[in-house]
Design a binder for this molecule. Structure first.
Ligand code: ASP
Ligand code: MG
Length: 408
């Protein structure tokens, strides 16, 4: 395989419609001028929810047994029509005339197989759900490959390269060795031929070759697992925000973009619920030493967040909130109450714990428990203070590390 391939992953909003597909295709085609590029793509935004909703509804109707086959057929036809309309509209905007018929035929082929899977009497509910759910990615991959071709750069959809360790229908562990083999068979020949290889994200193959999913949001993990499988030194996770923010920006208006994070920090932040990355994304990356850049498809000029093995100096870099933890809180009425936990992630300095406590005291937020944990500095408060504590600790701890940097 040629040296130094790049993996670029586009999330659901980055392929949310025709114009977004064109942006994504341009980013991939530009990079393909200088190095081999493999693209991992999510389903168009909302499509996975629609597919899983349909599987769930069909299952419930089947259980009630009151539903006739006709209702099932009707709703399957409605699903087919809406997916066809949405994907064809996007393809019409993103794909040039010469490739449009080919893409339409492939979209119809996938929709036909989707209907077969829905009606497969042999499949277990979970196996059916996995098969059906992955069709969102299969559809978007066809459009993206054709959109890249429309820009004059050869591109093909690769056969599922990611292998998992067990027959589980979702979230099984990735098998690095088999993934490497599948990559040399399914992805390398496309790259060696000078084309962009487009890989449907979220899909895994079990040891017996069955389709499985990597779990919700799993396309990020597809990207780093693919990166390890093809020997990439860089993976870009392209999303609809500028990068990883120092707190959930919906709860903390002052949250700032973090230019750098270590694998460890990114893993902890994702495990504690940061939405921007799937929680297992960093596993293959840290194991193979792949730099992960989180960037914005809609603002490609911004450098985003670079995740690597470099641990920066002292300081709390971001704060995460875990809510609704069952906690024995001594309340006036003696009942157990719910607590929330704010975790300061980074390399906390010796006086950060005291600074955090002091800021909470000043804000009149009672602290139930505080201390050092492997994840970082932990402050527990009762649920009603959750968001205020997050904002206060962001201000005092992350603000403090930024102020320190400015002085240094
Ligand atoms: N489409 C899948 C989901 O919505 C996987 C992904 O987008 O990462 O969960
Ligand atoms: Mg995601």
């Amino acid at each position: 395989m040629k040296k130094n391939p790049l993996v670029i992953k586009f999330g659901g909003t980055s392929v949310g419609g025709g114009k977004a597909f064109v942006r994504a295709a341009n980013i991939a085609a530009d990079e393909a001028m200088s190095r081999p590029v493999s693209v991992v793509v999510s389903a168009m935004s909302g499509v996975t929810d629609t597919l899983l909703g349909h599987v769930g509804a069909a299952k419930a109707a089947g259980r009630m047994n009151g539903s006739t086959n006709e209702t099932h057929e009707d709703s399957l036809a409605a699903l087919h029509d809406s997916l066809y309309a949405r994907h064809l509209a996007a393809a019409r905007e993103a794909v040039s005339e010469e490739y449009l018929d080919g893409v339409e035929a492939r979209i119809l082929g996938h929709l036909g197989r989707l209907a077969e899977r829905m009606n497969d009497p042999e499949a277990s509910d979970a196996a059916r759900a996995a098969e059906v759910a992955t069709h969102g990615e299969r559809l978007s991959a066809e459009i993206l490959a054709a959109a890249i071709r429309s820009l004059g750069v050869e591109s093909a959809v690769a056969r599922d390269p990611i292998a998992v360790e067990s027959e589980a229908n979702t979230e099984a562990e990735i098998c690095p060795d088999t993934t490497r083999e599948r990559c040399s068979r399914n992805v390398a020949p496309i790259l060696d031929g000078g084309s962009v290889a487009v890989v449907p994200g979220y899909v895994g193959r079990t040891p017996s070759g069955k389709v499985t999913t990597l779990g919700r949001g799993g396309s990020d993990l597809s990207a780093t697992a693919l990166g390890r499988g093809i020997g990439a030194s860089e993976v870009w996770i392209m999303t609809d925000v500028d990068g990883v923010m120092s707190a959930d920006p919906r709860l903390v208006p002052d949250a700032a973009l973090m230019p750098k994070l270590s694998y460890r920090e990114a893993r902890i932040f994702a495990e504690l619920g940061a939405k921007v990355l799937h929680h297992k994304t960093m596993e293959p990356a840290s194991e193979a030493g792949i730099e992960v850049r989180v960037g914005n498809t809609f603002n490609p000029e911004c450098d985003g967040t670079l995740v690597s093995d470099i641990e920066d100096g002292e300081g709390v870099r971001c704060v995460a909130l875990r809510r609704s933890l069952r906690f024995e809180v001594p309340c006036a009425n003696g009942r157990k109450s719910e607590a929330a936990m704010v975790v300061g992630i980074g390399v906390p300095g010796s006086d950060d714990l005291a600074a955090g406590r002091q800021s909470l005291r000043k804000a009149k937020i009672p602290v139930l428990h505080f201390g050092n944990a492997p994840a970082g500095l932990v402050f527990s408060v009762s649920e009603e203070y959750a968001e205020a504590a997050l904002r206060t600790l962001h201000d005092s701890l992350v603000g403090r590390s930024l102020a320190g940097e400015a002085v240094a």
